[in-house]
Design a protein around this ligand. Sequence first.
Ligand code: DAH
Length: 341
Amino acid sequence: METDAEQIRSEFESELLRTANSQALKDLRNRYLSRKNGRLSLALRGLSKLPAAKRPHAGQALNQARQRIETLLAERQQDLETHESSQQQSGDPLDLTLPGRRLLIGQAHPLTQVRHQVESVFRELGYRIETGPEIETDFHNFEALNMPEGHPARDLQDTFFTEGGYLLRTHTSPVQVRTMMSRKPPIRMVAIGRVFRRDSDISHSPMFHQVEGLAVDERVTFADLKGTIAAFCQRVFSPDTKIRLRPSYFPFVEPGAEFDISCALCSGSGCPTCKRSGWIEMGGAGMVHPAVFRAVGYDPGTVSGFAFGLGIDRIAMLKLGINDIRLLFENDLRFLRQFPQ
Ligand code: DAH
């Protein structure tokens, strides 16, 4: 029996050296120490077959072997764990000397930049930013703006109609109507947003952006309109920008006007962008028509107001020096990156 204990221990030790991982170590432990059929347990049970005189000695030898095996198992277990965890780390080596990955910093789309600038100019002038739905009713887009059913001006705006009598707003002017219907004067508001018309070429996109302004109070005059447009254009373009107003017709204003700015590229001396005229057409404006005031429940006898509308995309094109509106909507990064904030 003594040799038995010796043999078991030395076989165990040589097997132990070959255990490569925790699982193999677990199997080894079972093979030697499992209560049911581990080699040591079996040997201990075999003691009963020995002559009584030899039993204590053999038993002692087996118990010592067991202790030794247990100690070796614990040590090996420790070694394997340390080894395995360092291996896990070296599988994903961390090179602290590598330069960091450069973060790509995004930027606002040029149209968004212009939009923010326009909003901040009007906020400075005391205007409130309003919004309205892109899917509008006939009433807000046409009827309340003095374009009743059958009015020829409706044809000027090639409208996209949706289901149920709704339409995609053809301009931002319906936001005037919504604002006046929900608030009482005095009002100073601007609305910026998408508008839609069936039109597409180098200078027209079926979806484009407008800014609409409205001021209503007692004794608002055409001079206020002119001063506001000038202040706005000078802040958005340059302080020496000149403006001019030309008589024009829009059903929702009377008198109505179109306004131009002195060409930002040639400062008025004439270039291809301004078609050699020195002026660039910007938008429409005028004094709010009494019929519009009546439609929203205001008394045209006590309040007056001015309104104006112009294209945001046009402002962006002038500021960026591009002549194809479609570039603004293609989202080609090579184009967009040329206009950092
Ligand atoms: N809504 C007009 C358009 O889209 C632009 C416009 C003209 C707006 C005159 C106005 C205005 O507020 O007074 O063509």
